[in-house]
Design a protein around this ligand. Structure first.
Ligand SMILES: Nc1ncnc2c1ncn2[C@@H]1O[C@H](COP(=O)(O)OP(=O)(O)OP(=O)(O)O)[C@@H](O)[C@H]1O
Length: 307
């Protein structure tokens, strides 16, 4: 299937001379949830802003559903909805007016039934006559989403959708984003909450210092870069490592009470059975076993860490 967004050789140098993006190549698949991760200042908002037509690229090309975002910008923008990081809208305006006006900006004919559906889906219907300043922070954020959906875009960008949002609303937002995806909307989100990417994304892109350093299916990423660890708590502290255990390259923690065995998640033979046999033969009694795998957060930190 054709990608819904295709970014080729994209570069951005701001007027100050600062190079924010360097040769980004990226294809977003139709109907996926794609999470863009990266530390502060990595270039995530710059990338999104270029695709949405807010920032001009210095180099490269972007197609949104086949439309060049520069040459064919009207058609490209009609395909895209953006929920920006900052809440930016007139606080004296009503919810209904804000959302319907936004639709008009894209040259779409009024459609009260569609706007009603969007507001109901976002639990904003009861608040449609309220002025934005009367709403809670979470509701305002939902209005921003309704605004972005007002012109029925196929692609929705969410720039840090749940920054500063409470746990319950965050879960609601996740559910809502999934429902949108189920209706065929392609979602691209940036986030600093790795848990959000772990929970939601089909694929993950990591951007660091203006370069896209990795794009991968979430599951594959976790299987490929994730490490598994078995912690073996001994009945009595170990005084000296038996030579028979040298091959396992065990770590020793908690004054010899815990042995740590790192193993490869990709290998079918992980060596745990052999290790337990060797421990037994060496006369070491095991009190407890605990296995864990690295989280997406650990993988992310290891990817962007300074060498
Ligand atoms: N208008 C501008 N002029 C000059 N430099 C800019 C401008 N906008 C952004 N930058 C710089 O470009 C870099 C990338 O910024 P960007 O906002 O894209 O990062 P980000 O990954 O979205 O960061 P965050 O996670 O903090 O939102 C930063 O160093 C920023 O200071």
């Amino acid at each position: 299937m054709d990608p819904i967004i295709s970014v080729t050789g994209l570069g951005k140098t701001y007027g100050s001379g600062f190079v924010a993006l360097r040769g980004i190549d990226l294809e977003i698949r139709r109907g996926e949830i794609f999470a863009l991760l990266g530390p502060n200042g990595a270039g995530k908002t710059t990338l999104i802003s270029i695709v949405c037509g807010i920032v001009n690229p210095s180099k490269g090309r972007v197609l949104a559903d086949g439309h060049d975002i520069l040459r064919d910008y009207r058609a490209a923008r009609r395909k895209i909805g953006l929920v920006p990081q900052e809440l930016c809208t007139d606080s004296f305006e009503s919810v209904w007016a804000t959302v319907t006006f936004s639709r008009g900006l894209f040259g779409k004919a009024p459609n009260a039934a569609y706007i009603e559906q969007v507001l109901r889906q976002l639990s904003l219907w009861d608040k449609r006559h309220a002025q934005l300043r009367e709403l809670s922070g979470g509701m305002k954020r939902r209005v921003m989403i309704a605004k972005a959906l007002s012109h029925e875009p196929d692609i929705l960008f969410l720039d840090e959708p749940t920054a500063g949002v409470d746990v319950e609303l965050r879960r609601d937002m996740w559910e809502m984003v999934r429902q949108l995806r189920d209706r065929g909307v392609t979602i691209i989100l940036t986030t600093h909450y790795i848990e959000e990417a772990e929970e939601m994304a089909d694929r993950i892109g990591v951007i660091n210092k203006g370069r896209l350093i990795l794009v991968e299916e979430k599951r594959q990423l976790m299987a490929k870069l994730g490490k598994k660890e078995l912690r073996v708590t001994l009945q009595r502290p170990l005084e000296q490592m038996p030579t028979a255990l040298a091959t396992y390259k065990l770590g020793v923690e908690e004054d010899g009470c815990v042995l740590v065995y790192g193993y490869d998640t990709q290998r079918s033979e992980n060596g745990i059975a052999d290790l337990l046999r060797s421990l037994n033969e060496a006369g070491l009694e095991v009190r407890d076993l605990h296995s864990s795998e690295s989280s997406l957060e650990e993988i992310f930190v290891s990817l962007v860490r300074e060498p």
